[in-house]
Unconditional design. Structure first.
Length: 231
């Protein structure tokens, strides 16, 4: 629209400096597009470009409108050009994430997740999170103190989280589980050893989007209430 408005003035307003106006328009287009597309290597150069823009505008006098319109139209085109270039070069998100680190393959993600699981001490390292798309697997606690394990096929759906349980475990006993900077008093039937959590982790990697679970997983209030949502 800016370019069309500038061209309309050039066509319909008589002027004996046509070549100067055309040249100012083309130079302004090139300068504006280059400035917004590629930017400047130093912040202070932006001020220099602005001063030069104003000086050229006034030096051209009546024909300065062509420079102004060309520069503004070029700047808008350069901005769109830069955005299009960034969107084409954007690296796709990694399918697997372990503690916010992306991995392209399940094998590598599983190796890192298993190492992180074995290193949980409940103090300095009290949490492990594995993600695959919208699916999420969480462990809180430590190898020695015991761990609480949750998973979900759609993490944004708070009501469908499940927690790993001992199906025949007692519900009348609780134990304190250190989870990084926090401690949680957890029912004993929700606290697991390393072997149980390793099997749950392996099952998550085999089928991360699974939404139907066996008796070793429990959903509802107990699953939501025992998640450690903060670090």
């Amino acid at each position: 629209m800016v370019l069309l408005a500038t061209l309309s003035v050039m066509v319909f307003v008589p002027n004996d400096r046509v070549l100067l106006e055309v040249g100012s328009l083309l130079v302004g287009l090139a300068a504006g597009a280059s400035f917004l597309r590629f930017g400047v290597p130093r912040q202070w150069m932006g001020s220099v470009v602005l001063v030069l823009f104003v000086v050229v505008w006034f030096v051209l006098g009546v024909s300065g409108y062509a420079w102004f319109g060309g520069f503004l139209a070029g700047a808008l085109a350069g901005l769109a050009w830069g955005r299009a270039a960034r969107s084409r070069t954007r690296v796709p998100a990694a399918p697997w994430t372990v503690d916010k680190r992306g991995f392209g393959s399940a094998t590598e993600a599983w190796r890192v997740a298993d190492e992180a699981l074995h290193s949980l001490d409940g103090a300095k390292r009290g949490r492990l999170t594995v993600e695959y798309g919208s699916a999420r697997f969480e462990v809180a606690g430590g190898v020695e103190a015991g761990m609480v394990c949750h998973r979900n096929a759609v993490a944004a759906d708070d009501g469908s989280w499940v927690v790993l349980v001992h199906p025949a475990g007692r519900t009348d006993q609780s134990v304190e589980v250190p989870m990084g900077g926090l401690k949680g008093l957890m029912p004993l039937y929700l606290v697991h050893n390393l072997d149980s959590v390793e099997r749950a982790l392996a099952d998550f990697f085999r089928n991360p989007t699974m939404s139907s679970f066996g008796p070793e997983w429990r959903t509802g209030d107990v699953a939501e209430a025992t998640r450690l949502t903060g670090r």
